[in-house]
Design a protein around this ligand. Structure first.
Ligand code: CA
Ligand code: CA
Length: 195
């Protein structure tokens, strides 16, 4: 996936019970992907390996700048950010495998490596054990609210996201990223002071 533009973002207006209105831009990164390159494949795990998705430098095994999301609407009033990533995995070999997945958020300027802890941060992580022949699902979900320091990484220049998956064991694995959503929330009434 290359630079993501928000022109096709789905806009919806939800009315909260507090009578505040939250404008939500639900960005489906999979819908912007060119084919399924990097989002589905088979890997041979020779003891341990890491892959970085989405891949920005044509090598799944190297960390990079992930997915740049730019041209953001009305960031001065950004109220929250949610992420939801799902990957289905199957251990197609003869040995057990252990997976760890880590979702990273980084500023737009962190173009070379959003996985090294320099400027970037982890929003959530999960782990999964797969016996030989077993299938499973990696699900990463997080929500940032206004005031969370990590939200400061999202600026008018945009931001970057990506997932590092560490696999250990000696086997083969088939994977498919089936969901990759980033949700931006804007509350127009943020300028009204709390009582
Ligand atoms: Ca890479
Ligand atoms: Ca970095």
């Amino acid at each position: 996936m290359k630079k993501l533009l928000l022109l096709l973002a789905t806009l919806a207006v939800l009315t909260a019970c507090s009578a505040h209105t939250v404008v939500v831009a639900d960005l489906d990164l999979l819908s912007f992907a060119q084919g399924t390159e990097g989002l589905e494949g088979d890997l041979t795990v020779p003891g341990s390996m890491q892959v970085y998705i989405p891949d920005a430098d044509d090598n799944l095994a190297t960390p990079d700048g992930g997915e740049l999301i730019s041209d953001l609407p009305a960031l001065d009033e950004l109220h929250g950010l949610g992420i939801d990533v799902v990957a289905d995995v199957e251990n197609t070999g003869s040995g057990p495998l252990d997976l760890q997945a880590d979702f990273r958020l980084a500023p737009a300027s962190d173009s070379s490596n959003i996985y090294d802890g320099a400027g970037d941060t982890s929003l959530t992580n999960t782990s999964l054990h797969l016996d030989a022949g077993a299938s499973g699902r990696v699900h990463l979900e997080a929500h940032l609210q206004k005031g969370d320091p990590a939200l400061d990484l999202v600026t008018s220049d945009g931001f970057r996201v990506g997932v590092e998956i560490q696999v250990s064991g000696s086997s083969t694995i088939h994977y498919q990223v089936t969901g990759f959503h980033v949700v931006l929330e804007q509350r127009p009434f943020d300028l009204i002071p709390e009582p």
